[in-house]
Design a protein around this ligand. Structure first.
Ligand code: ZN
Length: 150
């Protein structure tokens, strides 16, 4: 193919902070850039996009920095969390939504909702709640299905 895309993770400096999600103090969070490139003939870059992330080694949640990485050193460790926005993947959201909407299907609903809850266990509260409701709905529909089929 003449054009192909690459995605590379480039590690950056570690940044000490108080994690705004799990509230662990003085964690050495890892910064990294996801560099997506569209290449022509494998070498000529047509498009390059780098997205910065910071991840907490304790809870493994990912954040997008709201200020440049080098500016974090200007703030005390306890204030740095204010300049982070939690990042959730499209996959996590789609899985929770799919689980929520198909949880009424006996057995399959429980399986999908169980996977959604596992994937979103460490995520934001609303994703966990949505997956949890789906699991409860799936257990209920499967239970009713089993009772009616006896
Ligand atoms: Zn954390």
């Amino acid at each position: 193919m003449l054009i192909h895309a690459t995605s590379e993770k480039k590690l950056g400096p570690t940044i000490p902070l108080h994690c705004p999600a799990c509230l662990t103090e003085n964690v050495d969070s890892q910064s990294y850039a996801m560099v997506d490139q569209v290449l022509f003939l494998f070498v000529l870059p047509l498009h390059t996009k780098a997205t910065l992330f910071i991840s907490c080694p304790k809870c493994r949640r990912t954040f997008k920095p709201l200020i440049p990485l080098e500016d974090f050193s200007a703030f005390p460790v306890e204030a740095r969390g204010r300049y982070l926005k939690e990042h959730i993947s499209v996959f996590q959201v789609l899985l929770a939504l799919a689980a929520f909407f198909i949880c009424w299907i006996p057995v399959a609903g429980v399986v999908i909702a169980g996977i959604a809850l596992l994937v979103n266990w460490q995520a934001m509260a609303w994703l966990r709640l949505l997956s949890g409701i789906a699991l409860a709905g799936g257990v209920l529909s499967t239970g009713i299905f089993l009772l009616l089929s006896v």
